[in-house]
Design a protein around this ligand. Structure first.
Ligand code: AMP
Length: 299
């Protein structure tokens, strides 16, 4: 089953203590789409400018990502730049140039409107709502967000939370949204905003699901070396949604396993700059790491 993904399609300039890489393919939707396509067909909704390198369009196509919903407009592609400290959990945004995103209105091709699985990856909540308004009875809608939107677009975000099945936040965003001093208290409050499923990402410490069947503690794959964690959160939710869209059975039956597949897909993302590692991974490698995680967490 196809999954529809809307979010940012960007050029990322990334600096770590060891290296610097300008204008890599990035954006929440790009990371999520490449992760999801390990599991099934992906429809991408986004916008890029006329400066967007052709090789990146070819990369999407090589991964069989449907680009009917990708607008190419005159102007500059969204450009984001970030710098990591020695502790890779700490990142500073150096630059955000909106470019063509400033005036972007996502209009869905007719075929996209009946997609059953929808991932509203990180982008302004007003745009996430605009996409949701065009959907016809989707089966499972999940949204991701970031601190910026909690700061400047909270009313839109609260409107969105009422209308989605699941939300994915990192732990600091959960605290910012709820003011709760404990992650489990924060989860309870987030459910009250609307979503039936709440997923809290804790970076290299894994993630927590709260849903109708209670809690699930999902491990992160133990990586001895992290090269660049940019997009790990997007890869996690992209992999999770891709797995869910492909799996038979109910969401409740599959969501724990889906998170583990998301977690493993994100681990590959961290092993290279931007999408360089993820785009060279094969499905069998993902399956192997999932088996390893299974062994590591059984008791
Ligand atoms: P993550 O590491 O999961 O937080 O995601 C990083 C990705 O988010 C990068 O590829 C950026 O291009 C993208 N990004 C950064 N700022 C924004 C923003 N304001 N809106 C949408 N996407 C963004």
């Amino acid at each position: 089953m196809s999954i529809l993904i809307v979010g940012s399609t960007a050029l990322d300039s990334i600096k770590t203590p060891k290296a610097e890489n300008p204008r890599l393919l990035g954006g929440s939707a790009s990371h999520a789409a490449v992760a999801a396509c390990f599991f099934g067909p992906v429809r991408l909704v986004g916008v890029v400018g006329s400066d967007f390198p052709k090789r990146y369009l070819q990369l999407y196509r090589r991964h069989r990502i449907d680009l009917a919903g990708l607008q190419i407009l005159p102007g500059k592609t969204f450009h984001w730049s970030g710098e990591y400290e020695v502790n890779m959990n700490n990142r500073r945004t150096l630059l955000t140039e909106l470019g063509v995103f400033e005036t972007f209105t996502p209009t869905l091709p007719r075929a996209y409107q009946t997609s059953q699985f929808v991932l509203l990856a990180n982008i302004a909540p007003a745009l996430q709502l605009h996409v949701l308004n065009q959907m016809k009875r989707p089966r499972f809608v999940v949204a991701d967000t970031m601190d910026l939107w909690l700061n400047i677009a909270l009313p839109d975000l609260l409107k969105l939370l009422k209308r989605i099945d699941g939300c994915v936040l990192n732990d600091s965003e959960a605290h910012q949204l709820t003011k709760a001093d404990n992650v489990f208290a924060a989860i309870r409050k987030i459910h009250q905003f609307g979503p039936k499923y709440v997923v809290i990402k804790k970076g290299s410490h894994g993630s927590i699901l709260s849903g109708p069947r209670g809690f699930f503690l999902c491990p992160a794959y133990p990586l001895p070396r992290v090269v660049d964690p940019t997009g790990a959160g997007d890869s996690f939710v992209g992999g999770m949604m891709g797995y869910l869209a492909a799996a038979k059975g109910s969401i409740d039956e599959n969501i724990r396993r889906a998170m583990v597949f998301g977690s493993v897909t994100a681990s590959f993302c961290c092993e290279g700059f931007g999408l360089t590692r993820t785009t060279h991974v094969r499905r069998a490698q993902i399956d192997r790491r999932v088996k390893e995680l299974e062994k590591l967490t059984r008791f």
